[in-house]
Design a protein around this ligand. Structure first.
Ligand code: FES
Length: 294
């Protein structure tokens, strides 16, 4: 599959299309103000703690697989499952709408090859859904039954290709995966990371604690520490900006995390940042993992 990604990566028109479409979607959410922000976070899956999109894709995939099986039975001469096949196509269409809106929202938080691959994934899904929608209407007409089934089968083939690309985005490009999930390497006991006098008020500093980068922030004389690697796609939070009094915004796709507890304030991230306990001992700032992925 690497060669497919290479072919996609060479398509400059995908970059141009992405650069034009992404801001338009983000502007639409922004125009909705606070509600727009809430809807965006809802569609990303902030409330769930992981992306909603992969869950919803099971609905069209499962329903259309069912339709393909029942249609095949019908083609073999047994017509008793006709209604079941038609219902499965309809359920798949409803699921496809949910998958499209959540997928499109997640896609706004991508760049480079992920954005290009996501765009191809989306275009394939639009093509497949259009075929299923046509099939849905043709199924109502007796004379068009064979054409309706043919279109569904064609749509199923395209859906399978699209699903493969969706899997590639997750397994090869780690989209939707928690980028702070390192099985080992978080300090479970206090370790010294920085002389206290080197951390100035209202500044961010990335330090190393055991095998992880930790973001230190001093605000109102209190020191906060959360994982520096953004859970969304691994952006360096220390290169972002301090916002909303006690939050940090990621420089890559603008997720916002609370410094108090590492929770997601705004997506595209859906998973919280690991949080560290902090103390100052013998002039050194020391941290140890409070909670998060270990
Ligand atoms: S890496 Fe995407 S928001 Fe941080």
């Amino acid at each position: 599959m690497k060669s497919v990604l290479e072919v996609i990566d060479k398509q400059e028109w995908l970059d141009k299309a992405g650069e034009a479409i992404q801001p338009a979607i983000l502007d639409t959410f922004k125009a909705g103000g606070k509600t727009g922000k809430q809807v965006k976070n809802l569609l990303h899956g902030k409330w769930l703690g992981h992306p909603v999109h992969p869950m919803i894709t099971d609905v069209p995939l499962g329903a259309w697989t069912t339709a393909a099986v029942l249609d095949t039975i019908e083609l073999c001469g047994n017509k008793q499952y006709k209604k079941g096949a038609d219902a499965a196509v309809t359920i798949g269409l409803a699921g496809a709408a949910g998958a499209a809106i959540t997928g499109l929202t997640d896609w706004t938080g991508t760049t480079d090859i992920e954005r290009k691959t996501g765009l191809v994934h989306g275009l394939l899904n639009i093509g497949a859904t259009a075929l299923y929608l046509t099939s849905f209407f043709l199924r109502k007409k007796k004379k068009s039954r064979a054409t309706a089934i043919t279109l569904s089968m064609l749509g199923y083939g395209i859906t399978a290709m699209s699903a493969y690309l969706g899997g590639t985005l997750v397994y090869n490009k780690q989209m939707g995966v928690n980028h702070t999930a390192i099985p080992m390497g978080y300090p479970e006991k206090f370790v010294a990371v920085l002389p206290a006098k080197e951390l100035k008020e209202n500044t961010m500093k990335c330090v190393r604690a055991k095998q992880v980068d930790v973001l230190l922030v001093k605000k109102n004389k209190k020191i906060y520490a959360i994982a520096n690697t953004c859970s969304h796609l691994g952006g360096p939070l220390s290169e972002g900006e301090l916002v909303n009094d006690c939050c940090v915004r990621c420089p890559w796709h603008q997720s916002v995390f609370s410094l108090e507890d590492g929770s997601v304030v705004d997506g595209p991230a859906t998973q919280a940042q690991p949080k560290f306990d902090v103390r100052v001992k013998k002039g050194q700032i020391e941290v140890k993992l409070k909670y998060g992925w270990v």
